[in-house]
Design a protein around this ligand. Structure first.
Ligand SMILES: [Zn+2]
Ligand SMILES: [Zn+2]
Length: 163
């Protein structure tokens, strides 16, 4: 997503665009359903551009506990101020662009907002039961007999006592 600033008037402008994960170089990092829906509010004041960016995208993630794929949605926002040419600003948060800049490339901001807000731990649902540590079966789908087998030795002792 690029914002052409050559003829941009003072004030707030809204720009929307859809971009694929491939175009952002994220196709190795994440599996998406459709494109990333981007919406940017550009607030121009002289040579500074405050950009508020919102990203909505549906992802296919793999659960850390049960290893099954599930759908997750990201709907997050971020903000960046760009300054064209050396201004009076000394704030580290402001990205300074060269004097002759014609368009602001938001790729870096998009990737930052996206990666910061993507959960580190991916869990398909709050009560995911994960995989059985003994047999590896998905305990959301089946109940394995491992737990009862763990109790079995005692029962077997009892059984032998009865005999
Ligand atoms: Zn799970
Ligand atoms: Zn098991």
């Amino acid at each position: 997503m690029k914002i052409n600033i050559q003829k941009l008037s003072e004030g707030i402008h809204e720009v929307s665009e859809e971009i694929s994960a491939e175009d952002l170089g994220l196709s190795q990092t994440v599996k998406t359903v459709g494109k990333l829906k981007l919406n940017a509010f550009v607030d121009k004041f002289e040579d500074s551009f405050r950009i508020k960016l919102n990203i909505i995208v549906d992802l296919i993630e793999r659960c850390d506990k049960c290893l099954e794929e599930f759908n997750a949605e990201i709907d997050e926002s971020g903000e960046q101020i760009y300054q064209v040419g050396e201004g009076d600003y000394t704030d580290d948060d402001i990205e300074v662009l060269p004097d002759n800049t014609r368009e602001i490339d938001l790729s870096k901001l998009i990737i930052e907002v996206f990666l910061i807000n993507r959960p580190i731990q991916k869990i398909c649902r709050e009560d995911c039961r994960g995989l059985c540590p003994d047999c590896g079966k998905n305990l959301n789908q089946t109940i394995c007999s491992c737990k009862s087998e763990r109790i079995d030795p005692r029962l077997e002792k009892l059984k032998s006592l009865i005999k």
